[in-house]
Design a protein around this ligand. Structure first.
Ligand SMILES: O=C(O)c1cc(=O)[nH]c(=O)n1[C@@H]1O[C@H](COP(=O)(O)O)[C@@H](O)[C@H]1O
Length: 277
């Protein structure tokens, strides 16, 4: 999916919600454990319930890889189900890959050819040649980790050089010579509310993938106030806050409600944006 198509989805659906598909076998409703593939059965029900309210899904590979081949099969079935039934939803594989060039090229082949998802999260620590192999695919996106939502973001990302430039700012500035706002986004945690202004100074047009609302306590209002652009420029992810809204037999309905609540807040933010235009 290209940038124009993504923007159209956002404004048509009045939503920039990304639902995180992070299924944990210990947390999914017990009645699903009798299914042949409980993880896929869970994802399918969550997808069918939340699709009207979101524009993207983000399966995090950790929740599949931890189950070996079986888990990878659940991941593959989830991606195939999305592509067959919800082809207008953007799919982000959250795998945080990145390695020397020829290894990154294999990761790129895995996610952009084998699984054929729209986007992949990539760790920039190894530099240009670890990221550029992912940028060689038309209409595919690299989502570069910039300023993450966790406490450890202070350890490296928020440290400053002698000119006062923070490491995450350097990552954003430098990586802009590798890709464009048509094939690169940045991960910025919703918990970093007050930093969105600084981020928009260095990346005024790029889409930001924003995890951390819901379970991690980030504020959607702050993210929108400081991070929204005229094209919206945001995909806001919630995983546990939606998929475990209930762990009973009503889990899909509860997930739909939780997704709808976020979508309604997003609709208001998009209305505010149009009134500013
Ligand atoms: O790359 C990510 O998506 C990511 C980056 C980040 O800074 N923080 C973060 O929470 N994530 C992911 O976003 C999801 C957040 O999940 P919840 O906290 O359950 O909404 C998980 O899949 C995390 O691995």
């Amino acid at each position: 999916m290209n940038r124009q198509q993504l923007i159209k989805q956002i404004f048509d659906k009045k939503s920039f919600l990304c639902v995180g598909l992070d299924p944990d076998i210990k947390k999914i409703p017990p009645h699903l454990l009798h299914e042949e593939d409980p993880i896929f059965a869970f994802n399918k029900a969550i997808i069918d319930a939340t699709a009207p309210y979101c524009v993207a899904y983000k399966p995090n590979l950790a929740f599949y890889e931890c189950r070996g081949v079986e888990g990878l099969t659940s991941f593959e079935k989830t991606v195939s189900y999305l592509k067959a039934h919800y082809p207008n939803h953007f799919i982000i594989a959250d795998a945080k890959r990145g390695d020397i060039g020829n290894t990154s090229a294999m990761y790129a082949k895995t996610f952009f050819e084998e699984y054929d998802v729209d986007a992949l999260t990539v760790a920039p620590y190894m530099g240009e040649d670890s990221v550029t192999p992912f940028l060689e695919y038309e209409d595919k996106w690299v989502v570069v980790l910039a300023l993450t939502s966790n406490k450890g973001s202070h350890d490296f990302q928020l440290t400053e050089d002698k000119n006062g430039e923070k490491l995450f700012e350097k990552v954003i500035k430098t990586s802009q010579s590798w890709g464009t706002d048509q094939n690169m986004m940045y991960v910025v945690g919703a918990t970093q509310g007050n930093m969105f202004e600084a981020i928009r100074k260095v990346a005024p047009h790029h889409f930001l993938l924003v995890p951390g609302v819901g379970a991690q306590g980030g504020s959607l209002q702050d993210v929108c106030q400081y991070g929204m652009t005229k094209d919206c420029g945001l995909l806001v992810n919630s995983s546990r806050g939606i998929i475990y809204a209930s762990q009973g037999e009503d889990f899909a309905d509860a997930a739909a409600k939780s997704a709808m609540n976020l979508q309604q807040e997003m609709e208001k933010e998009l209305e505010r944006l149009s009134s500013r235009k």
